[in-house]
Design a protein around this ligand. Structure first.
Ligand code: NAD
Length: 506
């Protein structure tokens, strides 16, 4: 691991920040209050973006524009083929500007540029996948419900969707929601994280260029409580698709209950990798380091708990420690960096608090455990905490930083109990060369995704989401577009009434 992190200056240090506006009803506008938010790059310490600081009035104007576009505009009535064509055009335009998207997310989130290119390429694939679903969305028919009768179940777009996204994968997570909502024929208000809004606004430009009708996608930047919350309250909005913390997710569900809106929630995780003695330890070692430290651990899917059989614990921890020492933490714009800067001082402080609490509880650090020196920004060394017991905060709570907690087990039942013993249930991994072990453990996991002899793989075709307090609903997968629809039953009858309800008195 590097001793001191050098950060090269970025162009914005000379040119100043890029300025952005809100997209409401097809027009770029300033916030009604005229206030703005400066985003300081977490690695470089310079202001890279100036956003409009929207508030309630802007959010409600956006919701009204989306409502009008849904009720009166052409988008919900267009053919699936026409919507697919536009989504494919948008995918091609994102691909053409991939480098711009990658740079924006890298400098605003502090993520390694080489990694973000992969995220944007993944997002392009999702837009293309959603386009395919726009054409194949269909209902059901029932010809078995009686003579002269036909039942048809159609899928109507649900209406206006409020899309609220976090900062850790700014463009990728927006792309897990928006193209599916559009494929279904919905209109939207998008509220990106106040820390990483630039890529969503660049997408706004592309959507206009591609000819999306006014009001179908509105983008309002600002703080969550000022912009996100009013869209969840608004009667103009029919559904909320939220990715973020479990705490905010719960509060939004309570608000959505007032108007009985449908909610889709992608929330936090405390994901375990369980390693048995017969596992391929070379492969497992790399996947454990990747799972724990990818995106600086600021990842809902982070494999933040290693649950290892006691007989191989020392050997595996030593392997993981040695490999962790080779992780290149550094300037996000350096092509060789694989772990970048932490998102904010507040967040780094929260991670530091977890490390302190682990020490106080009697755990120790096999490696890391402290901040790294850098020219600018904030970095915490990839950290392995040993001597962890299931009751400690580092074993139960989502740290969202580069911290791996190691726990040990003696029997498979014990491993399963530890893995399932948190409030979360997003994902898990199991490592063994024995099919029966993998199958038994995978089936016992209370998690939305279980990786077997791999970790954090994904594909647009595979549903993603959480059990327990990790969320509600699934994104991606071949049913993703259906989440943004309402089923409507059409009950048809031909011929007269075979058995009248009112009969003449005899
Ligand atoms: P967060 O909950 O603080 O914020 C998420 C979004 O909600 C932001 O746009 C924020 O402005 C907005 N928001 C905040 N308070 C709000 C309120 N009162 N009303 C309406 N909107 C509000 O989360 P974060 O810190 O941006 O992201 C990290 C969290 O996201 C972690 O817990 C992580 O596990 C989770 N996450 C989950 C997934 C998943 O797919 N399950 C993916 C990525 C991140």
């Amino acid at each position: 691991m590097n001793a001191h992190i050098s950060i090269a200056p970025i162009a914005e240090a000379q040119s100043g920040p890029a300025a952005y506006r809100l997209l409401i009803d097809g027009k770029w506008v300033d916030s009604m209050s005229g206030r703005t938010i400066d985003r300081v790059s977490p690695a470089h310490g310079v202001v890279v973006s100036t956003y409009q600081c929207g508030d309630r009035a802007d959010a409600l104007a956006a919701a009204a524009a989306a409502r009008k576009a849904f009720d009166k505009g052409p988008w919900p009535k267009m053919t699936g083929a026409a919507r697919a064509k536009l989504l494919l055009d948008v995918a091609a335009k994102i691909e053409m500007r991939l480098e711009e998207f990658a740079r924006l997310d890298a400098i605003e989130a502090g993520k390694p540029i080489a990694q973000v290119r992969g995220e944007i390429a993944g997002a392009v694939d999702i837009w293309r996948f959603a386009a395919s679903l726009a054409r194949t969305l269909h209902g059901q028919s029932f010809s078995t419900i009686g003579e002269g009768k036909l039942g048809i179940v159609v899928r109507d777009p649900i209406g206006v969707v409020s899309i609220i996204t976090p900062w850790n994968f700014p463009f990728l997570i927006l792309s897990q929601k928006l193209p599916f909502a559009l494929a279904a024929g919905c209109t939207t208000v998008v509220k990106p994280s106040e820390m990483t809004s630039a890529s969503a606004l660049l997408l706004g430009e592309i959507l206009i260029e591609a000819g999306l009708p006014a009001g179908v996608v509105n983008i309002v930047t600002g703080e969550g409580s000022a912009v996100g919350a009013p869209t969840v309250e608004s009667a103009d909005v029919d559904m909320v698709s939220f990715t973020g913390s479990t705490k905010v997710g719960k509060s939004l569900m309570a608000v959505a209950a007032q108007t009985l809106k449908k909610v889709s929630m992608e929330l936090g995780g405390k994901n375990a990798q369980i390693v048995f003695p017969d596992a391929d330890l070379d492969a497992a070692t790399d996947a454990i380091v990747f799972g724990a430290f990818f995106n600086a651990g600021e990842c809902c899917n982070a494999g933040s708990r290693l649950i290892v059989h006691a007989s191989i614990a020392d050997e595996l921890v030593e392997r993981v420690r040695a490999r962790t020492g080779r992780v290149r933490v550094g300037d996000p714009m350096d092509e060789a960096t694989i772990v970048g800067a932490l998102i904010s001082d507040d967040h780094a402080g929260k991670i530091g608090g977890f490390l302190e609490s682990a020490k106080r509880a009697g755990a120790s650090f096999a490696v890391g455990g402290e901040a790294m020196q850098a020219d600018s920004g904030r970095f915490i060394a990839p950290t392995i905490v040993t001597g962890v017991t299931p009751d400690m905060a580092v074993a139960r709570e989502e740290i969202f930083g580069p911290v791996l907690s190691v726990l040990t087990f003696n029997t498979a039942e014990e491993a399963i109990a530890i893995a399932n013993g948190t409030d979360y249930g997003l994902s898990a991994g199991v490592w063994s060369r024995d099919f029966d072990t993998c199958h038994m453990v995978a089936r016992a996991m209370r998690a939305g995704t279980v990786w077997i002899n791999t970790f954090m793989d994904g594909a647009s075709e595979l549903p993603f989401g959480g059990f327990k307090q990790s969320g509600l609903g699934r994104e991606l997968g071949i049913h993703a577009v259906e989440d943004y629809t309402e089923e409507k039953t059409l009950h048809l009858h031909s011929g007269g009434r075979p058995k009248p309800w009112v009969v003449d008195a005899i």
